[in-house]
Design a protein around this ligand. Structure first.
Ligand code: NAD
Length: 462
């Protein structure tokens, strides 16, 4: 592999990556596999540092720290499938195009920019990186400055694993991100909020650079009367309160059939107590809010509605108890923006139509959850709502099926990734048509004469 001197500025970094890309080295599938295996070994080697970093940044329990290291399960899948994905994908020809052959040949895009958020600060840089490398690209990474310990571990891991001309990491905040965005990349992959997503897209437009925007939003969770309440409560509490609610696909709020609301609240309260004890501040299994700004924003929501559980807080520790609230309306601030923290509003509906209408009046969410045994209810919700992904009778886990695309729709995002979809996102799917010389039908050449009759037939007119 070509080794270039470590560059100093963003512009130099790009020049060195472009030079490396132009050598064609990243196109070699064995090189890609080798680099992906090196990345896997590095993640395994750094696992204790990664877990310690997310503990420092987010007070993450060890178990939830492993969600970051868990990217290796997707990485193993990519390593296994890559030799198949890089192959040309044969396509059949319409009669009018025969004889000949057609195929789709994936090719790398060039140099990708990957910008990450703070909530899963390791995973959300490394997972897109795996796709970028698998597809044969160079990449520059910009992790979130709001998870500084993880940013440092990422910087060390990348530096010790990759030639910076292939993969490099730049630490920093908004200014660094803007300096990067001023440059021309071949793809920009951004995970973060809607507002910054607009900034990224505007910057990309200057160079007509394609973007993938993995954004957020309010992901609803409908709970029908026909459910196993205990299992539903178990799954909802886990999905909402892991990482103290700072998960982009966490259920943002519950929409519950009014007939079972009291019973469900009881089951949720019980479940909270059995997961986190009487005082979750003492639980080793409960994370903290990332910073004071987020903490203050979340605490301001507690002035709305009635607290059914939790509500305790300690600013010095950025501790906010897992909290259930009801008595809020769609117009309250807590229902106007993505909560992104450990507050779960519980709203009710009288019939499914009402729930579906309420969801459809709002921006399309990143995820939508439905708890119901009833197949008709399941198909109604699937047919009449739109979301990036759907979980039926469970939450979050739909994003860990590597053969399914992960992304938003409408204001929750543009494009998708994971597994094969990551490979395609970072590839140009080049269409190739190949014709032989031995036959050259003349139906398309002037003089046209009465060839129009034949042409009308060919396009399907009688
Ligand atoms: P953010 O948009 O504030 O920041 C994301 C990144 O953008 C950071 O690296 C930051 O340095 C950079 N940035 C911030 N301001 C910028 C600017 N003005 N110009 C250029 N770059 C800028 O997001 P966040 O607070 O880190 O993350 C929370 C959001 O991310 C939530 O909305 C959440 O739903 C979303 N999210 C989405 C997914 C997903 O996969 N769809 C995953 C995690 C988080």
């Amino acid at each position: 592999m070509t080794t270039l001197t470590a560059p100093v500025s963003v512009a130099d970094l790009l020049i060195s990556q472009r030079a490396y890309w132009a050598t064609g080295a990243t196109r070699d599938v064995d090189v890609r596999l080798d680099r992906l295996r090196a990345l896997r070994a590095a993640i395994v080697g750094y696992q204790a540092d990664i877990i310690d970093a997310v503990r420092q940044d987010l007070g993450r329990p060890e178990f939830e720290g492993y969600f970051e290291v868990g990217v290796i399960s997707e990485l193993d899948y990519i390593i296994k499938q890559l030799p198949r994905w890089v192959k040309p994908r044969k396509v059949s020809l319409p009669l009018s195009q025969q004889p000949g052959a057609a195929w789709v040949q994936p090719e790398p895009l060039g140099v990708a920019l990957i910008i990450g958020p703070w909530n899963y600060p390791f995973q959300l840089i490394i997972s897109p990186l795996m796709g970028a490398i698998a597809a044969g690209n160079c990449a520059i990474l910009k992790p979130s400055e709001l998870a500084p310990a993880t940013s440092q571990v990422l910087a060390r891991l990348i530096k010790t694993t990759f030639d910076p001309a292939h993969v490099a990491l730049v630490e920093g905040g908004v200014e660094t991100a803007q300096a990067l965005l001023a440059e021309k990349f071949d793809h920009i992959f951004f995970t973060g909020g809607e507002r910054v997503g607009q900034v990224v897209m505007q910057a990309a437009a200057q160079h007509l650079t394609p973007v993938t925007l993995e954004l957020g939003g309010k992901s609803p969770c409908i709970v029908d009367a026909n459910v196993d309440l205990e299992v539903a409560a178990r799954r909802i509490i886990w999905g909402k309160f892991l990482n103290a609610g700072q998960t982009c696909v966490a259920p943002d709020y519950l929409l519950v059939d009014e007939r079972i609301k009291d019973e469900l609240v009881g089951a949720l309260q019980q479940r909270l107590a059995s997961c986190y004890g009487d005082d979750p501040a003492q639980s080793p299994d409960y994370a903290r809010i990332v910073n004071d700004r987020q903490f203050d924003r979340l605490v301001s929501f507690l002035a709305q509605g009635h607290i059914l559980a939790g509500g305790d807080q300690e600013r010095s520790d950025r501790y906010l108890a897992p909290t259930l609230i009801d008595g809020v309306s769609w117009d309250d601030p807590v229902m106007q923006a993505e909560i992104f923290g450990p507050i779960l509003p519980i709203l009710t509906y009288r019939d499914l139509d009402e729930a579906i209408t309420a969801i459809n009046q709002r921006p399309k969410p990143l995820a939508l959850y439905l708890f119901s045994r009833d197949r008709k209810t399941q198909s109604q919700v699937l047919a009449r709502t739109s979301a990036g992904s759907v979980g039926i009778n469970d939450v979050i886990l739909q994003i860990a099926v590597w053969d399914m695309p992960f992304g938003g729709v409408g204001s929750s995002g543009i494009g998708n990734y994971h597994g094969r979809y990551s490979f395609d996102t970072f590839s140009n799917l080049k269409s190739v048509l190949k014709k032989p010389f031995w036959i050259d039908m003349d139906w398309r050449y002037p003089p046209y004469g009465d060839k129009v009759k034949l042409f009308r037939k060919l396009i399907g007119l009688s």
